[in-house]
Design a protein around this ligand. Structure first.
Ligand code: DLL
Length: 437
């Protein structure tokens, strides 16, 4: 059984990898300078030109890119290739309005799918396998990326998308799926449903799962492994940098190997931007090395983790990142969807037409996220008819669904019932334990 999808790169010596990255970085910086006026301006403001970037040792001289830059540049402002050469657009989950969109040339798609093929191979996948893709298809990168990787490996690919769980299980059984790919919370839900249907892991043929797109703990991994009778592998990625497969777990399940031939990873202090030495906990920053349509230099992911170059017994030399341990911004991932509290506030302001007192409460019951928005009524609203309050609740619920793509339980509360704060308001109460301690 093939252990690696691309052994030459995945097991390359440190020196050769650095040389490869050095060469690619010089080219990528020139590509961005020549084609992305927005980033050229950021470089000029920092007094850096492509001539200053001779190797990865000069990476720290380049300015950072943040999510706000991407929003400001929506939709075409960071495009690095003519639109006629682009073949695909994908987008981050859950945001509307000025959402982040990423563009791909055919070459970008090939490289991305290649990264996913590495992840599938690392999870034991070969052309003998039947891969059930239960990540969402559409603008979200999960379905499309893993689907492409599965084709590359030559697996029989079941493009199920997410949802319709009993049907997922039926197809899984009828078509002998061997690898399941979805969010960890959906995998856990499939496990629960299997049990509810009176079935056990012996009634399915799964051997592995490739789960990511949201934080999950080691405890959750064990639970999924038990309920589905599989080995569960983590996979990490973000739309801005391509999608799933930026890094992936190997059989050692001790951190995710970053595809360093395509992406340079740095860890920085989120407060100061200072680059931290290996082994430090900080914010993960990625620089793309091969991207044509959407090249990003020093993109701040806001994910907090640690990098390690310690030898991995799988034989791969690619640097490993821990599972994200938190975020340096306030983004929540609820039911697999990226949610910024500010999006909710915007809806509340629109519907209530005043600054409302509210609280977002996120919890996990079984393995399913619960999402409640408590909104305080004003004195005037409190005296309104029940019918008008109900209408408001309905409208709020519909607007939240439209903006985020997921439903929230709206609880309207008595005036002055939400605790006031003398400092920063506590807007979010996240009772889940999604990050490893
Ligand atoms: O979630 C891409 C993806 C799809 C990854 C399928 C893995 C599997 P976005 O919607 O842009 O892209 O969200 C990216 O999700 O910055 C992390 O905060 C979080 N995230 C992604 N993978 C993991 C993971 C996709 N394995 C954001 N563990 C990232 C924890 C993850 N968090």
């Amino acid at each position: 059984m093939a252990k690696y999808w691309n052994e030459k790169v995945e097991c390359m010596s440190r020196e050769d990898m650095k040389k490869l990255q050095d060469e690619k970085l010089v080219k990528q910086v020139r590509h961005v300078w020549d084609n992305v006026p927005y980033y050229k301006k950021l470089m000029e403001e920092k007094g850096v030109t492509p001539d200053d970037i001779k190797s990865t040792d000069d990476l720290h001289k380049l300015p950072f890119l943040k999510k706000d830059d991407l929003r400001e540049c929506y939709p075409y402002g960071l495009l690095g290739a003519p639109l006629k050469d682009c073949v695909r657009i994908q987008s981050t989950s859950g945001t509307t309005g000025k959402r982040v969109v990423a563009f791909y040339t055919q070459n970008d798609i090939d490289l991305w799918e290649d990264c996913c093929a590495r992840a599938i191979t690392a999870a034991g996948g070969t052309s003998e396998d039947v891969v059930q893709v239960a990540y969402g298809y559409g603008l979200f990168t999960g379905g499309a990326g893993i689907h492409g990787g599965s084709h590359k490996v030559g697996c029989l690919t079941l493009p199920m998308s997410s949802g319709n769980t009993e049907r997922q299980i039926q197809f899984m059984r009828d078509l002998n799926a061997t690898i399941l790919c979805c969010t960890p919370s959906y995998a856990a839900y499939i496990g629960e449903t299997l049990k509810e249907m009176g079935l056990t892991p012996n009634d399915i043929n799964l051997k592995a799962g490739i789960f990511g797109a949201e934080p999950w703990t080691e405890e959750m991994r064990q639970e999924i492994e038990k309920s589905l009778g599989i080995k569960a592998y983590d996979i990490f990625g973000l739309t801005e940098i391509s999608g799933p497969g930026v890094s992936f777990e190997c059989s050692e399940q001790n951190g995710m190997h970053i595809n360093e031939d395509h992406f340079i990873a740095e860890i920085i202090n989120p407060e100061t931007g200072e680059v931290l030495p290996e082994g430090s906990k900080g914010e993960l920053v990625f620089t793309s090395l091969d991207k044509e349509a959407f090249p990003l230099l020093r993109y701040r992911t806001r994910d907090i983790c640690v990098l390690s170059r310690a030898k991995c017994s799988c034989g791969r030399t690619l640097v490993r990142m821990t599972k994200p341990m938190g975020r340096s911004d306030d983004m929540l991932i609820i039911k697999g969807v990226n949610v910024f509290p500010s999006q909710i506030e915007t809806v509340l302001l629109k519907d209530f037409n005043a600054t409302p007192n509210y609280q977002i409460v996120v919890d996990r019951v079984g393995n399913t996220d619960t999402f409640e928005i408590k909104v305080e009524l004003s004195d005037e609203m409190h005296t309104d008819t029940i019918k008008s309050v109900e209408m408001l609740e309905k409208k709020l619920s519909a607007d939240i669904h439209q903006i985020l793509g997921i439903r929230a339980k709206i609880t309207l509360c008595e005036p002055k019932s939400i605790p006031r704060s003398e400092g920063k308001a506590v807007r979010v109460i996240d009772k889940r334990k999604v990050y490893n301690a």
